[in-house]
Structures are given as C-alpha cells and as structure tokens.
Design a protein around this ligand. Structure first.
Ligand SMILES: CO[C@H](O)c1c[n+]2c([nH]1)[C@H](O)[C@@H](O)[C@H](O)[C@H]2CO
Length: 467
C-alpha cells in the first residue's frame, strides 16, 4: 500500500486530510416515531417491537426521539456539532405504505422538509435507502427471502432518486445487509424474527440483487455518488488452530458481500457450504453478478469492535470470558480489554486492522467512509445537568486515532460518521442502550449535548485530534 503523504500531524495533534468529511448518523425507525402518521404503513419493526418478548422492556419505535416532529431540533444539534454531513435513512413504508405501487405524498413531504432543512443549514444529506424497516406488506410476501424484492427495492430507489436526488449528496443503498439476512432470518434476534438458515442465505443473495438494482435506479435519477454500507468483522484467532475458523467467520460475514460486489463471486472458502453460500445453495442465476457488481463510488464501513475466536476446550466447557459459538469454537473476551454497555470490546487498533487488512486489499483506491462507529455506556445526567461520558470520549479518540493511522497507511478514508447523533431505539435492546453524542430524555424528548458531543465538535472544528 503506497504511503500517502500529507502533513499528518504536528507536535500536539493528529490532523486529518483537508476536506475530510465529518458526520453523525441515525436511522428512521430508531429516531422518527410517527409510526402511523400521515399515511405511513407498518414496517416489520413496528410488528416486531409490538410482539411481546422481542424487545427489551417491551420498548417500541412508536415515538422514539419524535424526530418526525423534532427534526428541526436535530438539525440545530448537527449545526452545533459543526458536521459537514448527516447520515439519515428513509422509511420505505412512509414513502410506499405497502412497499409497492402507491406513493404516499405526505411521506415524501416529510423527507423533503428534512433534506431542505439540512441543505439550508449547509449540511450534506447522506441518505441510506434501507436501514432495516421493511414494509410489513412485503414481509407478508416473503420479504428478503423472495427474489422479487430485488425489483420492489429498485422501484423504491427510483422513487427516492426522483424525489430527492437533486439535493442528496451521497446515497447508501443498504445498511448492513449481513444483519438483515443473518440476524433477521437466521438467528431471529431482529425483525422479522425468523430462524431459518435457508431463508437467510436466500436473503443474502436477494439483498445484493436489490442493491444492484438500486444502484442502477439511482444512477438514472441522481448525480450523487452511490455506495453500500457493510458491517465488516475483524476475527482474531487466539491460537494457530483457531486461525482457520477465524477465516471462515470472516468469509461468512465479510466475503459474502465483498466478494460478490467486487469480485463477481461468493467466497471460495464457502464453496459447498449451502448454509452460508448463496452459490452453494443454488440462488445464483446467469447475469446476477453483473447486477450485483454495479460499480460504486465509495464503500461505507460500520465497525465497533473486534472478535477473538478460540477453540473449545476438550471437556466442552467454556472457561471464564468464553462463549461457545460453534461445535468446537468459542468467542473470547480477553482480560484487560474494556467492554461497553453492549458487552462489546474496546480495542481501537482493530479499526485500523479492518481498514488495512480487510478493506483496502479489496477496494484499492475506492473512497471509504466510516459510516458508523461509536459506543454505548450507562449515561446519566448529573445534578448540574451534564453527561460526563468520559468512556465514550476515550472510545472516540482512540478510534479516530486508529482511523488516522489507517489513512497514513494509505487507505483512502474520506469521512467519519459518529454513531449516533442521538440516543435512540437500539433495536432489540430498546432504549436501554445509549449511543448518542446527544442525550435524549425520552419522557420529555429534551435533547442534551453530552461531553462527548462537545469534544466531537472541537475535533470537527479543528479537523484534528489533539494527541
Ligand atoms: C455490531 O455492530 C454493528 O455493525 C452495528 C451497530 N449498530 C448498527 N450496526 C446499526 O447500523 C445501527 O442501527 C445500530 O444502532 C448500531 C449500534 O448497535
């Protein structure tokens, strides 16, 4: 990887390249509320969150951060952070209540208000077409396990491109298709709550077809750059014996998206494995890889934490800090590494490893954006009205320093979106897990900039990280 030179750092700070894009991210179902407002149809997360036992504490997104009404407050907070871009997502059922055909004009009106507000504030709208809230009517027709969804999603992308393409600065077709397929259809922890590996593998492929159709539809209706956001994993084997298992785990999460998009095939390591490879499961038809491999303008990467993988002891009993993950493997929480409120490891160097070892060899000179990175902690408001989230500040600083290192290694990282602007609905965890730079009191909907938000704003303003 050629070393890139630019005055990377002075004595007291790590400076990011001129024009580096600083942002913050959210997603429709996690912040909007207005679950049935103004013609919006139900999504699978409306259904799932109202199904007893699926979401912690019985929480749901009926109101969330009430951004359907309070988006102006959110834009004001983005201005206070000084970010250049806001990554938001569109609620498909707010725009097409049944996911096909009829368009809800009031749904378009809402996103026009948000996008116009951002443009007026000098903040670039980075728009994710799909961030998990599938119209329930489409799930009733098989959802992502039905190959027809690739056409339904292409139709939705064309509607969005026509409606907003003149003001959107960049498009992301899908957020984390791996989670959609494997958490929604394989282990069932997310909507639609299905536990069927065969449907998960089918969904894996149909999401990619849908992505390819959306790229074409956006190219026809908008001049803005187009990419996809993948949640890529860094698997660290703790013994040589575990290395082969780590490679398979990376193929099952990274390869099943990177390889089709950039190499026109599924991972050879998964050949013959019909429970993870759509090729082995017979889903690939002539012409599919031409659709899937539509050239992109950037790759979005979401990353939070590495995984350590080891071998299960001969007695079959996991040791302290080990969780059984397969017939002979365990995931390990190494001693000495901090863990967040989500029980995720804090190991900043892993994002540099992700970018240099996993991303750059595939994407080469293609621009890369960190479209999500952040951490959850047990935040609280002090008596003097502060949220002194020092752990989040440490996480942020550590990971930005590692991203800076990856750029110095030659990886063309062009921007960073903090997850998240707001505390919000954290899927199956409900409102129990807070990721925001802004604290949300869900009882009053008051927003309060956390200390981490103030620190992020100073980093953005300086385009540099104090050492
Ligand atoms: C395991 O991390 C995943 O990449 C991931 C983490 N996160 C995500 N994906 C989603 O894109 C967000 O909607 C979540 O709110 C956020 C925090 O959980």
């Amino acid at each position: 990887m050629p070393r890139r030179y630019f005055p990377m750092s002075t004595d007291d700070q790590l400076r990011f390249p001129d024009g580096f894009l600083w942002g913050a991210a959210t997603a429709a179902y996690q912040i909007e509320g207005g679950a049935d407002a103004e013609g919006k149809g139900p999504s699978i997360w409306d259904t799932f969150s109202h199904t007893p036992g699926k979401v912690f504490h019985g929480d749901n997104g009926d109101v969330a951060c009430d951004s359907f009404h309070r988006y102006g407050e959110d834009i004001a907070l983005l201005k206070r952070l000084g970010v250049g871009s806001y990554r938001l997502s569109l609620s498909w059922p707010r725009i097409q209540p049944t996911g096909r055909g009829e368009v809800n004009a009031k749904g378009l009106d809402y996103y026009n208000r948000v996008i116009d507000g951002l443009v007026e504030a000098g903040i670039e709208p980075s728009v994710t077409l799909y961030h998990w809230d599938l119209p329930q009517a489409l799930q009733d027709a098989g959802g992502w396990a039905n190959r027809d969804i690739a056409d339904w999603f292409g139709e939705f992308a064309a509607i969005a491109g026509e409606a907003f393409g003149d003001r959107v600065s960049r498009w992301i077709t899908l957020n984390e298709p791996w989670v959609v397929a494997h958490v929604g259809y394989r282990d069932g922890r997310h909507a639609p709550g299905i536990q069927d590996p065969a449907l998960a593998v089918a969904a894996n492929h149909h999401l990619l077809l849908a992505h390819g159709n959306a790229v074409s539809a956006l190219r026809a209706s908008s001049a803005a750059p187009v990419g996809i956001t993948l949640n890529l994993t860094v698997e660290r084997p703790v013994t040589p014996e575990a290395a082969a298992h780590a490679a398979v785990l990376e193929a099952r999460q990274n390869g099943v998206y990177l390889d089709p998009i950039f190499h026109g095939r599924y991972p050879e390591l998964l050949d013959g494995d019909a429970s993870f490879s759509p090729a082995a499961a017979g889903h690939v038809r002539d012409g599919d890889f031409e659709i899937i491999g539509a050239p992109l303008d950037f790759l979005g990467v979401n990353f939070y934490a590495p995984h350590y993988v080891g071998m299960l002891h001969a007695d079959g009993e996991p040791r302290r800090g080990e969780t059984v993950t397969g017939p002979d493997t365990v995931s390990i929480q190494p001693d000495g590494l901090p863990i967040t409120a989500m029980n995720w490891l804090v190991e900043p160097g892993s994002i540099r490893e992700l970018l240099t070892r996993i991303v750059a060899p595939v994407t080469g000179a293609l621009p890369v954006y960190i479209t999500e990175n952040g951490s959850s902690w047990h935040d609280y408001v002090t008596q003097d009205g502060q949220v002194n989230d020092l752990e989040r500040i440490a996480y942020l600083r550590g990971h930005l320093a590692a991203v800076h290192g990856a750029i110095a290694d030659g990886v063309p990282v062009k921007g960073y979106f903090a997850w998240s602007l707001l505390d919000n609905f954290e899927w199956a965890e409900g409102y129990a897990k807070r990721f925001g730079l802004v604290y949300v009191d869900f009882a009053t909907q008051e927003r309060l900039l956390k200390r981490s938000g103030e620190v992020y704003a100073s980093i953005v303003a300086a385009n540099a990280l104090p050492k």
